[in-house]
Design a protein around this ligand. Structure first.
Ligand SMILES: Cc1cc2nc3c(=O)[nH]c(=O)nc-3n(C[C@H](O)[C@H](O)[C@H](O)COP(=O)(O)OP(=O)(O)OC[C@H]3O[C@@H](n4cnc5c(N)ncnc54)[C@H](O)[C@@H]3O)c2cc1C
Length: 392
């Protein structure tokens, strides 16, 4: 009789513990309030204004191989739009893979000269992947090596503005997942070649659909949580949080890749290429971004302008997260259609003060180039940021 009572008691206690545990989780998720101190957006705390252009290819990036009549083998890897950093490591592997499977590449040896056109993130990761595959005779030819879109980019890992060709969706998702694993290993300190350049931080969006991250959930990422961001100034916002978001420090990562490639004896040549025939090597990989509009005569290439403002003299610990909200479609003074958004990422430029942390963005203006800088968008962007944080 005594034994029976004891087991009953144990069952009741277990059930109560389970109930308390469940209640704890439910209430915790309902009331997950994150207190965030906004960045200082007074003009003395705003730094460099950056205008740059995403090399967007309508439909999908060009990731293909062509073999010319003269036997030249040209691989194309360009047009990644607003997701170049997200897709670079995976698309390098995908495109370089054609070298191993194509008939035209039958006589390719590890010492055969290979020329890459373009020194942006796509060109650099293409070279990195070739080195990992054992190739030893690589030259990167580029018109510019510094201050490229690749250095300036925000650094959120998510294929947010990819105008995907549905047929390509599966490949793009796989490439993105491979990239997540790559940057995650850097963030966790377990990558064999790179010890910094990417960090894991919470990424906040208004809706799950805005994040582009849902295909990664359950594969490499945890589910997003419903949270309240409390800016401690009376403003609160309902958001979703991906606590395992990846921020890529694009400037730092470009520097690390450049150093790695130089150490591996990759040759860097400063030259503008106007025709593939100018290049002596039989094997060419075209990673020229917007340059492909003329080099490959690709009419699907569109320049998508973006505005960014670096922040300075902030409290870095307050900004270790990413925020992205969309403000819909508008028209610029120059008549361009603009998709406005506000985002804040913890970007830091090497060589600046350790308190110079944070970048705010961003616009998406199709067909705008350096000739139509849409300068007024910088101020609209700051206003949008202040409105979001409840500062106006
Ligand atoms: C504002 C902004 C924010 C962004 N944020 C993100 C983000 O958060 N996450 C993300 O994943 N992506 C982001 N991106 C997108 C990403 O930056 C781009 O997709 C990526 O940098 C493109 O890299 P790329 O190597 O193709 O081009 P680029 O960096 O433009 O490099 C092209 C290279 O080709 C060379 N070249 C071109 N033509 C020739 C020629 N004829 N001869 C010789 N060399 C030539 C150039 O000199 C250069 O070296 C952002 C972009 C912008 C503008």
């Amino acid at each position: 009789m005594k034994t029976l009572n004891f087991s009953k008691l144990r069952i009741i206690l277990c059930m109560m513990a389970l109930l308390a545990f469940g209640l704890f989780f439910v209430t915790r998720n309902l009331n997950d309030t994150r207190y965030i101190t906004p960045p200082n957006l007074e003009s003395a705390h705003l730094s460099k204004r950056i205008l740059c252009h995403r090399p967007m290819r309508t439909g999908a990036p060009q990731m293909s191989i062509e073999i010319e009549k003269n036997g030249k083998v040209i691989l194309h890897n360009y047009g990644h739009g607003g997701s170049g950093w997200t897709l670079a490591p995976g698309s390098a592997g995908y495109v370089n893979g054609f070298l191993e499977t194509s008939k035209g590449a039958a006589n390719l040896e590890k010492t055969t000269p290979i020329t890459i056109i373009g020194a942006g993130v796509i060109g650099f990761f293409t070279a990195y992947d070739l080195i990992k595959k054992g190739y030893t005779n690589i030259t990167i030819v580029a018109e510019k090596f510094e201050n490229l879109t690749s250095h300036n980019a925000g650094g959120l890992l998510a294929p947010v503005s990819m105008d995907n060709d549905p047929k390509m969706q599966k490949i793009i998702t796989k490439i993105g997942i491979d990239a997540y694993k790559f940057y995650q290993s850097i963030a966790k300190g377990s990558h064999e070649d790179f010890k910094d350049g990417a960090v894991i931080v919470p990424a906040y969006f208004e809706k799950r659909e805005d994040s582009g991250l849902e295909p990664y959930v359950g594969v490499v990422m945890q589910s997003a949580k419903d949270v309240v961001l409390d800016f401690k100034n009376g403003t609160k916002r309902n958001m979703v949080a991906y606590d395992d978001g990846i921020f890529i420090d694009t400037t730092k990562m470009m520097a690390r890749l450049s150093k790695f490639l130089k150490n591996k004896k990759v040759k860097f040549k400063n030259k503008k290429i106007t025709s593939f025939h100018e290049i002596e090597s039989k094997f060419i990989i075209n990673c020229s971004g917007m340059g492909s509009a003329s080099l490959k005569n690709d009419h699907k290439m569109i320049s998508v302008q973006g505005h960014l403002i670096m922040l300075k003299n902030q409290i870095p610990e307050n900004l270790q997260h990413m925020i992205l909200v969309y403000y819909g479609h508008h028209t610029t003074k120059s008549g361009h259609a603009v998709k406005r958004s506000f985002y804040m990422f913890p970007k830091h430029l090497e060589g600046t003060s350790e308190n110079d942390v944070g970048v705010i963005g961003g616009t998406f203006i199709e067909n705008a180039t350096v000739d139509t800088p849409n300068e007024e968008e910088f101020n609209i962007m700051i206003e949008g940021a202040k409105r979001f944080y409840g500062m106006l």
